[in-house]
Design a protein around this ligand. Structure first.
Ligand SMILES: [Zn+2]
Ligand SMILES: [Zn+2]
Length: 293
């Protein structure tokens, strides 16, 4: 597609975020990660925490189930964060935990991060899926089991949560951050109930591993913001689609490997095809349905 396709496309000014305030929709100290990556590099005026109650969109410890998709939850958080301000730029992140999509035997932290520029009606997101997580939970019957679990999940730098039972608990103790506290609560619950449920606290400020993954996602977001559409200069120009068909080295039949990557603009119709995005021009016959049926 050529520039002529888009004569009426809006032309975005250089340094779109310069001298603006970026609101952070979080009460779990995520601004600590966003600031070094975004504040000066984007020439922002300030980063301001918007202390909204993000818990109402879902909690990790199960008091409130998240009923919408992670992206939808992010949109709701962003909207809420701007509600009582004069600002028009906001960022939020949302973590999901469970089996890794490519290695189901590993646990993964799936972090989605969204920047919403209300003024320019622009939504740019980035995602990082990482096996770097301590996400775990267990039923405990003996004090030693609780101590072993704590050692496995990087306690006490990473905090723990204890419940009297897994589902619909009547007791939920957050903020367990020392061996003394852990031993006290465990001993009391074991003598009263005979067992209890222990889990990792996944709130960002109590989980340094999670902060690291959010940091990688933020870096990815920054790179997307730096990628401008060659036609209208809108940030967020990037990969939107791939086409398979890389030919087999031996018999030249198209395989399922990627042949073309398509990069598109979020605002105008400009798109660019990149041939051989994997930097290989022929497919190994191993991936060929004819040579290796
Ligand atoms: Zn072949
Ligand atoms: Zn464009």
């Amino acid at each position: 597609m050529s520039k002529k396709d888009n004569l009426n496309a809006p032309i975005f000014k250089k340094d779109l975020f310069k001298d603006r305030v970026l609101c952070v929709a979080s009460k779990h100290k995520k601004e600590k990660v966003f600031s070094p990556i975004l504040l000066h590099p984007l020439k922002l005026k300030a980063i301001e925490v918007s202390l909204i109650d993000t818990d109402k969109f879902g909690t990790f410890s199960g008091e409130t189930e998240r009923t919408v998709s992670p992206l939808e939850a992010l949109r709701l958080k962003c909207k809420e964060a701007l509600k009582n301000t004069n600002h028009s730029l906001v960022i939020a992140s949302e973590g999901s935990f469970g089996a890794h999509p490519s290695y189901p035997f590993l646990q993964a932290d799936d972090e989605l991060i969204l920047l919403w520029d209300k003024e320019h009606d622009l939504e740019i997101w980035a995602r990082e899926v990482s096996p770097n997580t301590n996400f775990n939970a267990r039923m405990i019957n003996k004090l030693e089991e609780a101590m072993d679990f704590a050692k496995e999940v990087k306690f006490p730098s990473h905090h723990l949560i204890i419940k009297d039972k897994k589902v619909k608990p009547t007791l939920l103790q957050k903020g367990i951050d020392s061996w003394t506290k852990l031993r006290e609560i465990s001993t009391t619950l074991l003598s009263k109930e005979g067992q209890f449920y222990i889990e990792t606290d996944m709130r960002a400020c109590y989980n340094p591993s999670r902060m690291d993954v959010i940091s990688v996602a933020s870096q990815k977001l920054f790179e997307k913001l730096q990628s401008l559409c060659p036609n209208c200069q809108c940030p967020g120009f990037g990969l939107t689609q791939t086409k398979k068909g890389l030919r087999c080295e031996q018999c030249h039949t198209p395989t399922n490997l990627t042949l073309v990557a398509i990069h598109s603009c979020l605002k105008c119709t400009h798109a660019k095809e990149v041939m051989y995005p994997l930097n290989i021009k022929v497919a190994d016959p191993l991936y060929c349905d004819v040579c290796n049926p």
